[in-house]
Design a protein around this ligand. Structure first.
Ligand code: NAP
Ligand code: ZN
Length: 350
């Protein structure tokens, strides 16, 4: 079927309107009309080829909410008209130990990314949510809980699950002391989710500019990471730190902030980090870990949790043709706190 969207054609060019083919639905596929698409910093990294594996033209977008408009003959979970949501993956082997326990993001064969990945059957490169339609096997679509404001759901599919999953893995609950480095898309969801779980949350930001926002989002306080005295005073005071910084950086600034057995989880920078000192890790039995998105079952659990707690992202709605400006603003950390593209604007733009 013909579809259309916006694509990056080169690392140095703005995104432009783009027409392409979506596969005809297989028996276990649903076809969605995309209503809203979140803008993740990964989209920007990928459009700019920061990770060196971008295949152009690239249609980004892995925070996707839409309406089912067609179902394959074997589809059982969804019907035409249902609101469904798709995140960073659209397939996996479905048979390895990780897939069987619902951790498709850790599939032994590698999961299939929503964009820029070869389809497991045809080898065609997948295309993401900055487009009118998506064809996806039903196992990789989540149900949007009733009553949620559908225009604010999309960012949960990446920013939400990427922060929810480590909060659950490291058993955050009432009284947990959680630090969040970087108050952007992921960071602000980490704050909302951790505080909805009952944690005492501290934002670590480079300046005090976002201090009022941090408190409004549910944090107890904002710690300025460039204030040496404040950082020294905060030593050994966190059980878990979620690090969302999108570029190479120093961990030595942050590891001493962990209490004994505390963990710093990197969810931001994908690639090399600056060399770091092992002394704070050894002396405090502290840990540095990483975490990728989350499984489909956990993503559904997160959506239901957000519906119960009314934990929804703070969204700035944009038109499709404003995407290049949005990327530039994201690069300057000028997003409060997630851009969402209203896909109804796509026709007008394209
Ligand atoms: P974002 O909205 O741009 O937020 C990043 C925040 O990090 C900024 O708001 C800023 O906060 C801080 N920051 C930016 N540049 C910095 C710098 N040079 N040094 C220190 N701090 C800086 O980005 P996002 O969408 O949350 O994504 C964050 C990262 O997570 C990206 O690299 C993305 O690729 C990655 N990601 C990973 C996964 C995963 O599965 N693990 C999933 C999604 C995204 P302050 O102004 O408060 O300092
Ligand atoms: Zn993302």
């Amino acid at each position: 079927m013909k579809s259309f969207g916006f694509a990056a054609t080169d690392a140095n060019e703005p995104l432009v309107p783009y027409t392409f083919e979506r596969r005809a639905p297989r028996a276990n596929d649903v076809v969605m009309e995309i209503l809203y698409s979140g803008v993740c910093h990964s989209d920007l990294h990928m459009a700019r080829n920061d990770w060196t594996w971008t295949v152009y033209p690239l249609v980004p977008g892995h925070e996707i909410v839409g309406r089912v408009i067609e179902t394959g003959s074997a589809v059982t979970r969804y019907r035409i008209g249902d609101h469904v949501a798709v995140g960073c993956m659209v397939d996996s082997c479905q048979s390895c130990d990780q897939c069987r326990r619902g951790e498709e993001q850790l599939c032994r064969e590698g999961n299939t990314g929503t964009y820029n990945a070869p389809d497991r059957i045809t080898g065609d490169i997948t295309r993401g949510g900055y487009s009118k339609h998506l064809v996806v096997r039903e196992e990789f679509a989540c149900r949007v809980p009733d009553g949620l404001d559908i225009s604010r759901v999309a960012p949960l599919l990446c920013a939400g699950i990427t922060t929810y999953s480590p909060l659950r893995t490291w058993n955050v609950g009432p009284g947990s002391r959680v630090g969040v480095i970087g108050l952007g898309g992921l960071g602000h969801m980490a704050v909302k989710l951790a505080s909805a779980m009952g944690a005492v949350v501290t934002v670590l930001s480079r300046t005090s500019d976002k201090a009022d926002d941090a408190r409004a989002l549910g944090a107890d306080r904002l710690l300025i990471s460039t204030d040496e005295q404040a950082m020294a005073d905060a030593q050994s005071s966190f059980d878990l730190i979620i690090d969302t910084v999108p570029v190479k950086h120093d961990l030595d600034l942050y590891t001493p902030l962990l209490d004994v057995d505390g963990t710093l989880v990197i969810v931001g920078q994908v690639g090399p980090m600056n060399p770091f000192n092992s002394v704070p890790l050894l002396l405090g039995r502290r840990r540095v870990a990483g975490s990728p998105i989350g499984g489909i079952r956990e993503t559904q659990e997160m959506l239901d949790f957000c519906a119960r707690k009314n934990a929804l992202p703070d969204v700035e709605m944009i038109r499709m043709d404003e995407i290049n400006e949005a990327f530039e603003r994201m690069e300057r950390a000028d997003v409060r706190y997630r851009f969402v593209i209203d896909m109804a604007s796509l026709k007008a733009a394209g």
